[in-house]
Design a protein around this ligand. Sequence first.
Ligand code: E4P
Length: 218
Amino acid sequence: MKIFVDTADLTEIRRATEAGLIDGVTTNPSLLSAVAGDDDPKELLREIAETVNGPVSAEVVAVESGAMLVQGRRLAAIHDHIVVKVPMTEDGLRACRCLRAEGIRVNVTLCFSAPQALLAAKAGATYMSPFVGRLDDIGESGMEIVSQVRQVYDRYGIETEVLAASLRHPRHVIEAMMLGADVATVPPKVLFQLLRHPLTDTGLENFLKDWRKLGRAL
Ligand code: E4P
């Protein structure tokens, strides 16, 4: 399973990349808006794409398919790593079909049901992003969708990748792994949480303490 980091923060992306922790990046308009400030968001996306050796999702901010197409082409032209994100709407799927016909990779975002996931796949989506945490937030089971979609995609030999999104804690990542999601995208906080275990910390501390008793260098 691939791990993407869900942020537009270059410092976090550089840290994760240098540690070899990530296979790609997802952004969305809220994440870009939070960090871009006075900078051109397209320039920020270019820097992110140059930093990461993998796909970088960048989302259109139009609601009509023609305008999505124009923006999608503009985003794809920034860098080969860019994957255009379109929302799971009728217009979004129209734009998805056209962009795919032009060889541009597309991530259909804001998916909340298995039928939506099937329609995204039929439109040729490269990735389909079910938002797990947001379903949990309204008292539904986000992971249930991941499970259903995995079964449907496997049953019909669909190649669209299941990109489990809106993951809020390491337990979500474990569940996504167990259910066979192709990708889990996580905020930096969760990414670095995945590295850690208290028994690793105490184990290391004890090994180093015992070694110091020996009084030798390696
Ligand atoms: C994924 O592509 C989205 O940007 C993201 O996972 C949304 O997460 P949130 O529901 O925590 O905002």
